[in-house]
Design a protein around this ligand. Structure first.
Ligand code: PMT
Length: 221
């Protein structure tokens, strides 16, 4: 009968990719499967938390009644879903791979093939984590992810500061078995007030347990 460490806590998690519409049949997306966010949702739920999972396109097999899933497609949709729930959250974890840009003017009809090249103008999406970082009040904890391919540590630290995260989980596409789609991940956790913690390659389920342990420690401090 393990003590449930997140009993009475509300946890908000973003997961998966976003799809940014080009026309009725095409979109700009990425390789996120939502597995990392889903694993976090289950670990938090098993620790007694009420979990709001804001999930981009993908397949999510949810096996806990403590998890409420809100399905979204674009970064804009995800922003609205997060924004309306953020103030209630004790802990928010931003595991989604959100598109930084979207097509400026999605076509109403399917775009026909014509010239030898074509250009799609993109405009910047709102940064969900950064906006919630501005809204965060005392006793709320925001945890980000950083997916990098170069200068990993430096960029992760930069993102933590810029988005006002209390912690950031770095995963690198240079590590085999880490990042998108796979069932495993290899992470380093940076924290505003602690030395970086390096973890070996593990299943996303166990990685999620490590992350939740770190968040619990942070809540205690
Ligand atoms: O879904 P899986 O297949 O299991 O893969 C997991 C994962 C690799 C997607 C996940 O572990 C991960 O790293 N997620 C974050 C990916 C990412 O987009 O990182 P980023 O470095 O671009 O963004 C930094 C942080 O800001 C992230 O917490 C991101 O969710 C957040 N962000 C970014 C842009 C934006 N417009 N809004 C955001 O909230």
């Amino acid at each position: 009968n393990k003590k449930k460490r997140f009993e009475g806590k509300q946890v908000l998690i973003t997961a998966g990719p976003t799809y940014e519409k080009i026309d009725p049949v095409r979109f700009i997306g990425n390789h996120s499967s939502g597995k990392m966010g889903l694993a976090l949702a289950h670990v938090f739920a098993s620790e007694g938390a009420q979990v709001q999972l804001i999930a981009g396109p993908g397949n999510y097999l949810v096996t806990s009644e403590a998890i409420t899933v809100t399905r979204v497609s674009s970064a804009d949709d995800m922003f609205d879903a997060v924004s309306s729930r953020f103030d209630q959250a004790d802990v928010s974890v931003f595991a989604a791979a959100v598109a930084d840009y979207r097509p400026a003017a999605p076509a109403e009809e399917k775009i026909k093939k014509s010239g030898e090249s074509m250009t799609i103008e993109l405009v910047k999406n709102k940064d969900i984590a950064a906006e919630m970082g501005k809204r965060k009040v005392k006793n709320q904890i925001n945890v980000g992810f950083a997916l990098e391919t170069e200068r990993e540590e430096e960029y992760a630290q930069e993102k933590m500061a810029k988005k006002n995260f209390d912690m950031i989980v770095l995963n690198s596409l240079n590590d085999n078995g880490a990042g998108f789609s796979v069932d495993t991940n290899k992470i380093t956790i940076f924290s505003v007030d602690q030395k970086p913690k390096l973890f070996p390659l593990k299943t996303k389920q166990v990685v999620a347990e490590d992350i939740v342990n770190c968040i619990y420690e942070k809540l205690q401090s």
